[in-house]
Design a protein around this ligand. Sequence first.
Ligand code: UD1
Ligand code: CA
Length: 448
Amino acid sequence: MRKISQICHSESAKSGRRISKTRSFADAQDDNRGVKDLAVVILAAGKGTRMKSDLPKALHSLCGRPMIWHLLDKVKTLEPKKILVVVGHRKELVQKELGPRVQAIRQTQQLGSGHAVNQAAQALSGFNGRVLVLYCDTPLIKPGTLRALVRDQQKKNSDCSLLSAEFSNPFGYGRIRRTLDGSVGSIIEENDAGPAEKRIREINVGCYVFRSKKLFQALKYVRQNPKKKEVYLTDAIALLAQSGKVSPVLSEDPAEMLGVNTRKDLSRIQSLMQKEILETLVEKGVLIRDPRTTVIDADVKIGGGSTILPNTVIEEGSRIGKGCRIGPFARVRGRSRIEDGAVIGNFVEVVRSTVGRGSNIKHLSYIGDAEIGRGVNIGAGTITANYDGKKKHKTVIKDKAQIGSGTILIAPVTVGRMAKTGAGSVVTKGTRIKDGAVVAGVPAKELI
Ligand code: UD1
Ligand code: CA
């Protein structure tokens, strides 16, 4: 089993361009232009047998989003003309995650990566540009790296530019076999590699930019691998290499190139991705007190000047404004919106709710399906009882209201502007507290 610590950075320069860590980062920052005549094919038809799960590998969750989402999110930044995803195993489930601009291509039998790419031949028959082929199980590749690979293909006018990386433990990956002059000869899979080939540390990442016509021409000549009875995409590269127009691009950040084949790989890649998400937020001006205990999903957005305190979980597309304070021990989920300057304190859960600018929910509260205005104070231990056993109901709390400690709001409930509830009030179902009114008791009644 490969370990991150086993992966070393290559020192030896081979022929082929290198993409350095800093370069791909810089690319991601400042080069946001689309690439001309680009189509993308993502392979996601495999069952992912080694994951020991019936869920297609493309749908396993990484930092809150399915693996395929991460790939699509990255390739969209290249503004390709077409995005095709090859689906097979439980295709309906995968198709649901693709969104409107992405075309699903069916592979009825999983007969190998080459066979999978070939399913896209018809959809690309009139297309004369370049095709970026990616595997759905390599989710850490950065957009800047993809762009650099596309540029390499354009610059060299290669039939195929492919990403490679040097792993100190290359077990399980296809190895790049170089010829004496340093150019790519072929790619040999683990199963077919002899002892000498198994010692090759330069691996095939599974990310390629082809000239479309050349790719589909070569695939016509690829035969089944005799051991696995699959048609390997990597064998098409050996054919293209015969004309000497395969350009290897060696990455200097091998961690970016890790593939997910097992659940162990998934959890390792998830922690790398989580680290990256937190680092990106910190770069944007968010203070994260303890990254080791902070969990933030890939689709969460947080404004600058906000502070995230330890043991906090922010999930499911939630948005946090600027200058907010979240945690410690807070959970924000269900696409909640926390506006600028709001405080979500210790042991507070907020789900499917909006919390207005400058409002405070500082201690021990559950806020579900609520719309909370600006400048509201929610006292310790307040609960929105939003679920009646069948349906969820809404709680509306208008600007500058003050909710006393231990208030239970049995939704649907509306609390008017600047209204107050006494400590321990139970506001019963269907109540509308008028603006400025003060209520208290069980059930809560208006004080005169
Ligand atoms: C593949 C490469 C290997 C490379 C490694 C990088 C081949 C033959 N080998 O090996 O050189 O080092 O990735 O991670 O390509 N798929 C389909 N339909 C199929 C078979 C596969 O869509 O019939 C998809 C899978 O869903 C997956 C991708 O193709 O996304 C790669 O398949 P996988 O079985 O994971 O290949 P590896 O053995 O990892
Ligand atoms: Ca794989």
